[in-house]
Design a protein around this ligand. Structure first.
Ligand code: 4AD
Ligand code: MG
Length: 465
């Protein structure tokens, strides 16, 4: 909505949403204008009619009295032809001067044209430049580092726009999935006094005269929450001071976690599989164009959505690595990236691996009495080298063992007294897991690097812009 006003200088202006005065002369189009989105045009909904469009100049080239512009808005790109004589001269001159990323409002007639990208073009009859962009710093073939320096501008690229749309669907699907299943959203503090996933990746924060840490996981607080709400979930920023510079690790990422009273390992494994299938289904429904643009094979994802995800044990995985890959991994060693990738050479869908060696697991993971060397825990691995997308477990109810494990790690057990209280007052079997939102988006979007799945990535080497 615009509000008309007359500023003191006597120039008629309109006030936009941000309370800024825009001279009327800058807006060829009146406030009641109905704006069309590019996607509607590409679907053939406006052929032969005159429409109004607003967006940004994606590309432009001129030859004499004709300018070919590619315009973009959030829904796509469209060719616009600006011919001298078809619009007021001032509009043509502005179009001539306008560099890429200038913002524009355009009136024109939609024509079908097989030669134009998308099969349609706009014959322009009116054009207003809202902001003349300065020469855009991002040109072709820039280095990844340069693009990260200019991230605030690079997120408008078509590639990142597509990934961010998929990400938005994924986030929406996670909320929908848990709410449909009767889960409550439950929030934990981001500033926490102690670790959940190992002290070595904690980010320390000055807290008045004391110190605290950024959350590595919502889990420990969720384990308190289930005694009120029984089934809870959350999606929140999660922090790990990862020392590794890999294409899978961020220092700040978003984890979608669930925790539920009365559930055991097999319940949460089934739920994690359901969740990933549900998310994939939503993305396939809402983001076909984006997946296509990103070079993802839609048919392959459809097949995965309709397939059962296998469950194997850690011990099985060592067997597969030995037999099929000739890799001899000593029992008890964690699976590294290389081993996960080689294992996944033999699966087309995500795979759940359960029962990792107890010794290398977090303090809260309980022993599996049926195979006491192992813990009641699981990871879900994605195919094609995208690695672990989900990690979870049943939770230990054995305070003595947990204290012992925490002491081994050099933790101050006093910090966990409140957590042990949860075992003292009506404890029940319970389980949960965390899904790495960026890992999942990377796999779905076929991204080369996890950095491209979050608007402003934070890594070992970067926390700007
Ligand atoms: O396996 P993780 O460490 O599990 C936990 O934190 C549990 N407390 C979760 C729970 O049971 N509620 O992390 C869960 C997932 C991993 O599977 C991975 O997808 C993602 O979080 N993740 C990362 N994603 C990006 N960058 C990192 N540095 C990540 N570390 C973990
Ligand atoms: Mg893990």
């Amino acid at each position: 909505m615009y509000i008309f006003s007359m500023v003191r200088s006597g120039v008629a202006t309109v006030i936009d949403k941000c309370n800024k005065h825009i001279p009327l002369s800058r807006l060829a189009i009146m406030p009641e204008t109905k704006w069309t989105q590019i996607e509607e045009i590409l679907k053939g909904q406006h052929t032969g009619t005159t429409i109004h469009l607003r967006g940004w100049i994606y590309r432009t080239r001129s030859s004499g009295n004709i300018i070919f512009m590619i315009l973009r808005d959030v829904t796509g790109v469209l060719q616009a032809t600006v011919k001298k004589g078809n619009l007021p001269d001032a509009g043509f001159e502005d179009a001539f001067k306008a560099l890429i990323e200038s913002s524009v409002q355009i009136t024109g007639t939609v024509k079908e044209d097989k030669r134009a990208p998308g099969g349609y073009e706009l014959q322009v009859t009116g054009l207003t430049v809202v902001n003349f962009a300065e020469p855009f710093p991002i040109t072709k073939d820039q280095s990844p580092e340069f693009l990260l320096d200019k991230r605030h501008l690079w997120i408008r690229s078509r590639k990142l726009t597509s990934v961010l749309k998929v990400r938005s669907t994924v986030v929406g699907a996670i909320h929908a999935f848990f709410r449909e299943k009767g889960f409550y959203e439950f929030d934990a503090p981001v500033l926490q006094p102690s670790q959940c996933e190992g002290g070595s990746t904690l980010f320390e924060v000055k807290y008045y005269e004391d110190k605290t840490y950024l959350s590595q996981s919502w889990q420990l607080y969720a384990e308190a929450g289930i005694f009120a709400l029984e089934k809870i979930y959350n999606m929140g920023p999660t922090f790990r001071a990862e020392r590794s510079k890999t294409s899978r690790h961020l220092s700040e990422f978003w984890m979608a976690e669930m925790e539920a009273a009365w559930m055991d390992l097999s319940d949460v494994v089934a739920m994690a599989k359901d969740e990933v299938q549900y998310i994939l289904g939503e993305v396939l429904q809402k983001n076909k164009n984006d997946l296509q643009f990103l070079g993802q094979d839609i048919k392959k994802l459809q097949e995965i959505t309709g397939s059962e995800f296998p469950t194997i044990t850690y011990t099985d995985s060592l067997e597969i690595l030995k037999e099929k890959e000739g890799m001899n991994i000593e029992w008890g060693k964690d699976l590294r990236t290389i081993e996960e990738d080689r294992l996944m050479n033999h699966f087309k869908t995500p795979v759940v691996v359960t029962n990792y060696p107890l010794e290398i697991m977090a303090f809260y993971k309980p022993k599996d009495e049926k195979d006491p060397r192992t813990a009641l825990c699981f990871d879900m691995l994605a195919p094609e080298g995208y690695g672990e997308i989900v990690g979870g477990s049943q939770r230990s109810n054995d305070i003595t063992t947990m204290i012992h494990r925490l002491k081994q790690m050099g933790e101050n057990v006093q910090n966990y007294e409140w957590y042990f209280d949860l075992r003292r007052f009506g404890s029940v079997p319970h389980s949960g897991y965390g899904l790495g939102v960026e890992r999942l988006v990377a796999w779905i979007c076929k991204a080369d690097n996890i950095k491209d799945t979050i608007p402003f990535p934070r890594t070992l080497l970067r926390f700007r812009p």
